[in-house]
Write a protein that binds this ligand. Structure first.
Ligand SMILES: Cc1cc2nc3c(=O)[nH]c(=O)nc-3n(C[C@H](O)[C@H](O)[C@H](O)COP(=O)(O)O)c2cc1C
Length: 177
């Protein structure tokens, strides 16, 4: 059994990557792990585009750099694009709550699953929320009916130093009763 705490401490946004291709099998395994993520009514409101062919990787990278930020993304060797699918909750729940109510949470969870599986395979990732959505949509032929939730940059980290995590103090985020 692997130690989740160890994985959670090691995972960090990776912004410098080695010039080393990521094996297709490793990317597939990330998708397999993400597929197991829980979701409301098991509605699984997600699909993925895995970008690994070098020409397309550099085109996707450009869509994340258009604001003059995310320059480091040019070093990434692959991308997961997390696409929003329509959530269908069970009818007896959907009559009480909008079917899309939990979808964003589900999509966030599936994104972290991708990152943690990648981490467990020695890969680095960085979740990227700021990118040129219309351009990426056009590039990857993603229909207008689907949102593009997030992009995840992937590659082998160029170093192995784990940075200090800056998080709110634990006492400020929890109450035990
Ligand atoms: C929804 C979301 C969007 C993000 N967008 C970006 C981004 O566009 N560029 C970037 O460099 N990091 C981005 N990040 C990474 C966060 O800055 C990072 O997760 C946070 O600072 C905590 O650092 P850590 O991931 O190293 O623990 C994003 C993270 C999330 C969850």
């Amino acid at each position: 059994m692997s130690d989740y705490m160890e994985l959670a401490k090691k995972r960090q946004s990776c912004r410098t990557y080695k010039d080393q291709k990521v094996e297709h099998e490793k990317l597939v395994k990330c998708i397999e792990a993400a597929r197991l993520t829980p979701s409301a009514c098991n509605s699984q409101p997600w699909s993925f585009v895995v970008v690994e062919s070098p020409d397309l990787v550099s085109e996707v990278a450009k869509t994340t750099m258009h604001l003059g930020i995310n320059e480091y993304i040019g070093q990434a060797k692959a991308f997961f694009v997390v696409v929003e699918e329509r959530a269908e909750l069970m009818p007896k729940i959907a009559c009480m709550i909008d079917s899309q109510y939990f979808a964003k949470g589900d999509l966030g969870a599936v994104t972290l699953s991708l990152c943690l599986e990648a981490e467990s395979q020695g890969l680095g990732t960085c979740i990227v929320g700021l990118f040129d959505r219309p351009k990426l949509r056009q590039l990857l032929n993603i229909p207008e009916s689907n949102g593009i939730f997030l992009v995840v940059a992937v590659g082998y980290p160029s170093g192995d130093k784990v940075r200090d995590k800056h998080r709110k103090p634990i006492d400020s985020i929890v109450r035990y009763m």
